[in-house]
Design a binder for this molecule. Structure first.
Ligand code: CP
Length: 363
């Protein structure tokens, strides 16, 4: 049971919140170490292999058939929301969704804390996407104070809370699927260790690139290339994190400047929803120097992969979508996300070993 007040907990730096959470919620990319990342990638592979057969799929659908999840997404989402839904379905979970705070009792003045407490009366896990960077931490604290708990590997733990994206700062499960995609794409050249990775676009408000940068602390000799106009450059806290954790980086002024050197290019769109305009209003166009053009494929290394967390707009030449080039991986990346989310949920509920054992029996 957590022994500090909610205001004390929320005022802690992320590093201390992570110490309290002990892996029982998924809120911050930096909570993952290399061993956990390697295991989650291995488990994602096992899940996808096992579910290829009807027998394997039927087995997986029994694993969490006594559990219920709430997908509480009050910011727009397609793939995180749907892939979590599908991951829950693969594991046999019952699931509910709440996608608009306006049709919940929050619109009647209920606090987020009371809403979370209410949700935890009905479900065994909450996946949440929220504009408030502290919403996940608040939910974790309430879960840790709750009389309801999960028995995982013989130990009572708080009901799991997973961030499906919070504010502009964190998207931890996106960074897990990005690691899985990078490891798979770079498998023939030794994986992520020693590689140069270019992050392009709105690095300032892009929670995906921030979370992925945190995870690079787990890999040897990685160099990050931050390719963005100054107004969207990576924020100081991430640069400090890189310095503190021995992650090399440089800022560059165009994609072309580093393209021939890097092993992966990770594009992002301008996150102009944070400019205070209505959805879809006043989209800011990606500038030419930070738009990936078809002819850039000729400059990329033979193994270099082109990633994007999606949704995308005009920052990638649309012609690339229908070119048969195995280096263009962003559509595979979103599918990888579903398997990583199956693996993550299985691990949180302690049914991961059942999946690995069942696969071993069938191979
Ligand atoms: N990558 C990502 O988070 O996509 P959605 O916003 O569609 O969930």
């Amino acid at each position: 049971m957590i022994d500090i007040s909610i205001s004390e907990f929320l005022s802690l730096p992320e590093s201390e919140k992570i110490t309290h959470i002990k892996g029982q919620a998924v809120l911050y990319a930096q909570q993952f170490d290399r061993e956990q990342l390697d295991y989650l990638c291995e488990l994602s592979d096992a899940c996808r292999k096992l579910r290829k057969s009807k027998d394997g799929a039927d087995f997986m659908a029994t694993l969490l058939s006594d559990k219920t999840a709430l997908n509480f997404f009050v910011q727009p989402s397609s793939r995180t929301f749907l892939s979590f839904n599908m991951a829950q379905s693969i594991l046999g979970m019952r699931r509910m969704s709440l996608r608009d705070a306006k049709i919940s009792s929050i619109s009647k003045g209920e606090t987020l804390a009371d809403s979370i407490r209410t949700f935890l009366s009905y479900v065994d896990m909450i996946i949440m996407r929220h504009s408030d960077a502290d919403a996940g931490a608040l939910a974790y604290w309430i879960a840790a104070k709750s009389h309801r708990s999960e028995l995982v590997n013989g130990k009572k733990v708080p009901l799991p809370i997973i961030s499906g994206g919070s504010g502009t700062k964190q998207h931890p499960t996106q960074s897990l699927l990005d690691i899985y995609t990078l490891e798979k794409s770079l498998e023939e050249v030794g994986g992520i260790d020693g590689k140069k990775i270019m992050l392009v676009g709105d690095l300032k408000r892009g929670r995906t690139v921030r979370s992925l940068s945190y995870l690079m602390k787990n890999y040897k000799d990685v160099e990050l290339y931050f390719a963005a106009p100054e107004v969207y450059q990576m924020e100081e806290d991430i640069l400090q994190f890189c310095d503190d954790n021995g992650i090399k980086y440089k800022k560059i002024d165009s994609i072309k400047e580093g393209l021939e050197e890097v092993d992966a290019v990770y594009m992002t769109r301008i996150q102009d929803e944070w400019d205070g305009l209505g959805a879809g209003a006043g989209h800011v166009k990606a500038s030419d120097a930070f738009t990936f053009k078809k002819e850039y494929l000729d400059l990329m290394k033979p193994h270099c992969c082109l990633m994007h967390p999606l949704p995308k707009r005009d920052e990638i030449d649309v012609e690339l979508d229908y070119i048969d080039d195995k280096r263009i991986v962003y559509w595979r990346q979103e599918r990888n996300g579903m398997w990583m989310r199956v693996a993550l949920i299985a691990k949180l509920f302690g049914v991961d070993k059942d999946i690995i054992a069942r696969l071993a029996e069938t191979e």
